[in-house]
Ligand binder design. Structure first.
Ligand SMILES: [Zn+2]
Length: 130
């Protein structure tokens, strides 16, 4: 099927010039439209959050998996993006980045929010005092 390189429309065999713009048609299928300004691949991993507590990382990963969102943990990010996380007054320069596909980031944030806002279930006798 010939196509117009200007309009990217396909035309029937036998047509030599685009009826719309007059450009000479090229043989073959049109290229993927808008390939010049395609966004980054939607599945490219992006950092959802950084966590210094491996237990919390496991909880979040389990919640993401439960929600059907693929995720990966990466211990220690690239040096230039390392953050110092302060917990309980102690600086922790050790963290795990949770990566999710870019096109699932919004969903993953909702899951993350739900995990973090869930009440902590303290074992019997371990409730922190008021
Ligand atoms: Zn055309």
């Amino acid at each position: 099927m010939p196509y117009c390189p200007n309009c990217l429309f396909e035309y029937r065999e036998g047509i030599a010039v685009c009826p719309d713009c007059g450009t000479a048609l090229k043989p073959g299928p049109p290229p993927v439209s808008g390939s010049a300004d395609l966004p980054r691949p939607e599945t490219e991993p992006v950092v959802l959050c950084r966590i210094s507590d491996s237990t919390e990382a496991d909880i979040i990963r389990a919640a993401l998996t439960e929600a059907g969102i693929p995720c990966a943990l990466r211990a220690h990010g690239p040096i230039q993006s390392r953050l110092v996380v302060v917990t309980d007054g102690h600086a922790v320069d050790d963290y795990t980045a949770i990566l999710v596909p870019g096109n699932r980031l919004q969903e993953a944030r909702v899951v993350l929010e739900a995990v973090r806002s869930a009440p902590v279930e303290w074992p019997e006798g371990m409730e922190p005092g008021e």
